[in-house]
Ligand binder design. Sequence first.
Ligand SMILES: [Mg+2]
Length: 286
Amino acid sequence: MKRVMASNRRIVTGAIEAQLLREFAAAHRRLVLCDYDGTLVPLQPTPEQAGPDPELRPSLERLALVSDVVIVSGRPRATLERWFGQLPIALVAEHGAWIRERGRDWAAALSVSSDWKPKVRGLMELFVERLPGAMLEEKDFTLAWHYRRADPDLACRRAQDLLVSLVSLIETIDLRIVRGSKVIEVQPAGFDKGRATQRFLAGVYDFVLALGDDATDEDLFQILPATAWSIHVGSDQSHARFSIQNPDQARALLHALTTLNSNAEQHGATEPQPNPPSTPPPLPNC
Ligand SMILES: [Mg+2]
């Protein structure tokens, strides 16, 4: 059953954070699902400018000592591998098209044709020419038209025009149009962040935290169990139960999870125990 888009999400206050930390500390098996852009780092004018800062990797490594961690991103798998491949965490790339479980190799979530790409690429290239500052990004399964650097008013009009053109172009093809933050992406239907993370949720977790900031994260929020802590980063409408304002607060929350020992007295919490090794279910198509 789809969860209703929440207009009365609760801001994560000190009391709510304390409750979250208590549940985290009391849990036996913990899972943290986390988007990257706009969630762990601020959005930047171009994707290349939004690499991880020096503190992020050590922070995720500490978190992985006390929780299973999955970065669930729209980024290409090569980028996630370069940034986080050495960490003991799982990675989901291209909104769920590629999955790298902890300690394993990358695997495609499904096999699909790329026959659709030339048509969509041609249309998006046309709209790159029509909007100064726009750029095209091609991934294995996805084509993305970015417009963060463009004039906002003109970009808004061009984005609407592109959407209309895309809808008519792909009406006979099984594709999905995804509107992210200052980006329009086209990808084959059949995968999204929610489906990609279902395999992780199949593990026996008694604490689940998910963080994300844009439309693609809504697929994830909607498939979470009702007891999960879902937190939207930003002020947009969301299916998440809670919200926080920005990546700095998201990072501070994750940091707090790793320092529960020193905060135990303050939060009435006990030291989190390391997660026992897990064996996620195998990919359905391999
Ligand atoms: Mg994001």
